[in-house]
Ligand binder design. Sequence first.
Ligand SMILES: C[S@@+](CC[C@H](N)C(=O)[O-])C[C@H]1O[C@@H](n2cnc3c(N)ncnc32)[C@H](O)[C@@H]1O
Length: 448
Amino acid sequence: MKNNIFIEKYIYSGYGFSKYNNEIYFVENACPGDFVEIEEQYEKKNIHFSKISMIIEPSKHRRKPMCDYFTVCGGCQWLNCDYEEQLNQKTNIVQEQLKRLSSIEVEVDKTIRSNSQYDYRAKMEFAFSTNEEGEIVLGLNQRNSNNIIDIENCPISPKPFDKIKNVVRKLVKEYDVPIYDPKTKKGMLKHLVLRKSFSSNNVMAIFITHTEFFPRLKDIKAQLVKIFNGINVIHVMNSSDKVTLRGPYKSLTGEGVLKEEFDGFNFQIPPTSFFQNNYYVTGKMLKYILEYYKKEKTSNTSLLDLYCGVGLFGNYFAPLFKQVIGIDYTKLSIKAAKANSNINNIKNTTFIAADAKEKILEFAEKGKKFDYVIVDPPRAGLENKLVGILSKMVEKSIIYISCNPSTLARDLKQFQDENFKIKSVQPFDMFPNTYHVETVVILERIEI
Ligand SMILES: C[S@@+](CC[C@H](N)C(=O)[O-])C[C@H]1O[C@@H](n2cnc3c(N)ncnc32)[C@H](O)[C@@H]1O
């Protein structure tokens, strides 16, 4: 069925949205302000998922996407929309998710921009696969599919990544390395993860295999070292098909860690540990939070850094607090968080490897309190009941850093019910050209 519709806005998930004659349309590759003819692909829960069959009048925000794979690749959804409009749309999306899912009506500040819309990603996970012709491909997921498409150039990943990836593909073909097939569980090589440190300009190439056996890796490493000066080469063994970057690893060449620096603080990041994906936006986020703590006069107070990773927030803000405790369930990250305190001569931090909910429950039983808390959970947000327990433990404020406005909305509602008020909501554009948005919310305890 064909229809002419006007695209009002973007929604979280990246589609262009239109409501016409009481029908709702989600349109792929649309740009807000487009007037288009659409063709319905399928209907689900009364929503018409559609594709553009003709652009009648393009939006003034429409632009030529800087990528040959746009519309096929699952990575970016908004490459065809100008950057200012992407920022406006992200602000609206956060505002709408809070209102629609949790009836929270609050002013959302304008999304803080990324220094660069392109070349910004500190980590890219490329997958190996074999196509129908039996050729080895190395690239990203096709949109709405588990197929892997071969990618030569990716505009949001740093320039050296394209070169390394294309050399690796050539070498893997030359050496006839068996590619892992998740359906049969046979084969060896699964992923090439590339990570970059922006402050030291170092690159890490991480080869992920299903089995420990990877006979040609030494030859591949020797070639990479010749071509890419100072490259770190790592081998990770991971038998899980669910998570890409996990498991024991060996460092074949280089320092074995990535090094990042923010305002004189140095951070070492192990190959499999989480780190924020946009260096310059992370710097802006740190400054934003710093402004808040500076005004609070925190020097005699305590900070809990929950889901602390390698201790980015805990270590950076340690000089402002009397005591900092960080919790993360990844032992390797906790080891790095402690090392990061040592490197920076920080003595008032304690990092604990534990499940967030279990440790918080244990703290609650002991009657432990914190003045300030930063939480930076994974996309699923805070685990059930954690909000209630945390709320009773925090004296002054909670800074919630979220990469998912939907779970953020759910959790903020609970914090409001526990006598916290929202002081500010600030989105950051950690992931330009995609619908993803990072949001920092400051919540303060209501004095009763
Ligand atoms: C979004 S990252 C934040 C890391 C850190 N705040 C940073 O900025 O680098 C989420 C972190 O939560 C940790 N994590 C996930 N689930 C957890 C759980 N149930 N308990 C403790 N840590 C968890 C992960 O290991 C990861 O380091």
